[in-house]
Design a protein around this ligand. Structure first.
Ligand code: ZN
Length: 351
C-alpha cells in the first residue's frame, strides 16, 4: 500500500489543506479498478470507520497477492469541511465561505478525460478540492462515495443506467434499500462520476460492469465498531464480487432481495409548523396511507397546539431527522412510497 498526501491551496496565503490517498496496485491490467472515498460531507463518519476496518483486509489480500485491480482510497475526502467549526459545532455539509453544499458543484464532464477538467487556479479552495476528487476517481470502474443520513436505513443511490446491473453490489454490501435516480443538474460527486459516460460509445461506458453509488450508511450517530466491521465486510465482498480482489472463500452475489425505489416515489414530508417533533415511525417501518407519521408540538398545552402529519401513501420509512426541532417547510422524513409521490421533487438526490 502506498500513501501520498494531496495538497489543496487555500484561498489566502498561508492556508493549505491536506488529505491522504491510499493506493493498492493491481497485478492484472485487465481487472476492474475501484475508488472509495468517505466524509465528503465531513461530519458523516460511518464510512470513515468502515474504511478503517477494511484496510487490514486489503493489506492481507495484498500480502497474499490477491489484489487484481488497482484500489484508490480517500478516507477523509474533505479537509476543508473537516476543519470547519462554528461556535463549537462542526459544519461539514456546506462550505462556510460560499454556502455551497460540498456535494454539489462538481464538474460534469462530457467524456472521461482529465483534460476536460476546469482550470481552478483562480477558483475557490472548494472548487479545487472537487476537481481534484474527480481527477482521482475518473476512470475507475467502481466509484463509491460513502455518506450517511440523519437517521436511516443503509441504502444506495444508483443511476437507472446502472440498474439492475448493480444488484450484485447492493447484495454484496448487505444494503437495506436502493433509490434509483436519473437526472443530476447540480453536480453531485455521484453525478460527476457517471455523467462522463452518458454520451460515449458503449465500449467505453460499459454500464454492465461500472458501479457508481452514493452509499448512505444509516444515520450520523451510527458510528461504532460492530457496524464498521460489517460494513467493511460488505465493501470487501463487493470488491470480490466485482473481481477487484480474488478470494475463493467469499461467495459472489448476484440478486438483491431488497426494495429498489425510484426517486420520484420518495415523499419528503415537509413540516406544516415549526416545533418539537414526536415521531410515530422510525426507519424501516412499513406504513399505510393515512397512518400518522409524526406530531409537531408548536404551542405546548394550548388547544390546537399540536399538528399531526399523515402518510400520503403506503410505503416504508427510509430516513428521519436526528434532531427533534424543526422549522415549517423543513423535511420531516423520507417515505419511500409504493407509487409516485404527489409532491415529487425530482432531480437531485438528497444525500
Ligand atoms: Zn452526505
Amino acid at each position: 500500500m502506498q500513501k501520498t498526501i494531496e495538497r489543496i491551496a487555500g484561498d489566502a496565503d498561508g492556508t493549505v489543506y491536506e488529505f491522504p490517498v491510499l493506493r493498492f496496485e493491481g497485478k492484472d491490467k485487465a481487472a476492474p479498478s475501484a475508488y472509495l472515498q468517505a466524509a465528503l460531507h465531513a461530519g458523516e463518519l460511518p464510512g470513515v470507520v468502515a474504511i478503517d476496518a477494511l484496510m487490514p483486509m486489503l493489506a492481507k489480500a495484498e500480502v497474499e497477492g490477491r489484489i487484481r485491480g488497482p484500489i484508490t482510497i480517500v478516507p477523509w475526502a474533505n479537509p476543508i469541511g473537516r476543519a470547519q467549526y462554528h461556535f463549537g459545532e462542526h459544519q461539514g455539509r456546506f462550505h462556510l465561505g460560499t454556502r455551497t453544499n460540498f456535494n454539489r458543484g462538481f464538474p460534469l464532464l462530457a467524456a472521461p478525460k482529465t483534460r476536460l477538467l476546469p482550470d481552478t487556479t483562480l477558483g475557490g479552495a472548494d472548487q479545487r478540492l472537487k476537481t481534484r476528487l474527480v481527477q482521482l476517481s475518473l476512470g475507475s470502474d467502481i466509484v463509491l462515495d460513502l455518506h450517511c443520513d440523519d437517521e436511516g436505513l443503509a441504502y444506495l443511490y444508483i443511476h437507472t443506467r446502472l440498474w439492475p446491473h448493480m444488484a450484485d453490489c447492493a447484495a454484496a454490501m448487505g444494503i437495506d434499500a436502493v433509490v434509483l435516480w436519473s437526472e443530476d443538474t447540480d453536480g453531485t460527486f455521484e453525478g460527476a462520476s457517471i455523467m462522463p459516460y452518458q454520451n460515449v460509445p458503449t465500449s467505453v461506458a460499459r454500464f454492465d460492469r461500472r458501479a457508481v453509488t452514493t452509499v448512505e450508511y444509516r444515520g450520523i450517530l451510527d458510528v461504532d465498531a460492530a457496524l464498521a466491521a460489517s460494513d467493511a465486510e460488505g465493501l470487501y465482498r463487493l470488491l470480490v464480487t466485482r473481481d477487484v480482489i480474488q478470494d475463493p472463500s467469499i461467495q459472489k452475489f448476484e440478486t438483491f432481495a431488497g426494495p429498489a425505489v425510484p426517486l420520484e416515489n420518495i415523499d419528503m414530508m415537509p413540516a406544516p409548523r415549526a416545533g418539537a417533533i414526536l415521531y410515530d415511525v422510525k426507519p424501516g417501518d412499513r406504513v399505510k396511507k393515512g397512518d400518522r407519521l409524526a406530531t409537531i408540538v408548536h404551542a405546548p398545552g394550548e388547544i390546537d397546539g399540536r399538528t399531526e402529519v399523515f402518510a400520503p401513501q403506503s410505503g416504508f420509512i427510509l430516513t428521519r431527522r436526528s434532531r427533534r426541532i424543526i422549522r415549517a417547510g423543513e423535511d420531516l422524513l423520507k417515505l419511500a412510497g409504493d407509487k409516485k409521490s404527489g409532491d415529487a421533487r425530482s432531480g437531485t438526490l438528497e444525500d
